[in-house]
Design a protein around this ligand. Sequence first.
Ligand SMILES: [Zn+2]
Length: 386
Amino acid sequence: MRADRSLILDAGAAHFLVDVSNVVRDRGLLPGPPALLERFDALVAGLAERDGEGAPLIYAVADDSLLSDRDLPRADRDRLAAWLDGGLLETRDVADDRLLQLADLTELPVITDDLYREYMRIYPWIPGSRDRFLEAFTPKGAPRLVRVRWRRMPVLADWEISRYEEERDIKDAGLRARVVREAGRRWLGRRWRCPEERCVFFGERRIGGGQPLPRFSRRGAFCPLHRAQLIDAGPAPARRTLKVRVDGTVVTRFTVTEGTPVVVGRAPGDDGIALKEWLDDAARARISRRHVEVEVTEAGVFVRDVSTNGTLVRGAGDSGEPRRLHRGESRALGKGHAAVLHDTVTLELSGRKYVFTAADDDRPGPVDPGREEATVLGEAAEASER
Ligand SMILES: [Zn+2]
């Protein structure tokens, strides 16, 4: 599976933050050269296979150096460059700073095996956390697969942390993080414009919504690409992510912005969501080229039937009976509801939190309180050697 379709620089829609450099350079994942983009593809495939929820949406950040890393095959570097040009990947001189700022503001889980020792005082939620970081690993006996599991971050003594930081720097960074956190919650609800009109992050094309998170500092919001101060373009429009399920498995997700309805169907055209590739003959025969229109307003998400064979909305009626929409009729699609385009094809709201219930054995096990420190540090040492 190629990761391309899972990439989204939209903190409001993404499920995970991924340190791409860390995954790509992790030789414990898939055998091969020191750096390999296939490791990231395999990670996305692993996430997709967890519990029938399909490929999650990923906010990907990499070190600048990855794009020119000679250890990385030429084709991989070209792919990364295309993602950067397409506004699907963020790069920073130090990706860690950025990933942790994003994690701090959005509370999305981060996939990495980095320990972030030098950030533990800046972000006091790191030490000991059990549900903020995931690590990728290759299961024993399955060398071509990548899976993820929750990580328990170590709790380090002050002297251990201070080996990795300069006291003065840390005070500055801590203060900066606090200011950004306080202002950031407000900034998350804004949309931004880059003075560079053709900017793939904050240019005209993305002004309607679905922007990456600006880089925040005490002085304001900045374009991560152009380092220019961003212009506040007003409150961000409402956005919701929906998922398409075929035969029980989520095949794709898409995001709808207030004021810009999206048509879903067999082959709705450039601005729509085309389902053709996932449909069998029976479903292709029943689902119209343009089948249902999804609209987001302040009041919620609405589906309007525009098809020949009709659309059912399940779970929306008081009686629990599916409700058939007349052509042109619109109905709210709430949590737990499903718009049924065909027996096996449904449209549902995608919750902000990725369903991540499978494989309980991946969760950190119970900890013997007396041994916690030793166990955790032991694991930490192991992880840093990988
Ligand atoms: Zn820009």
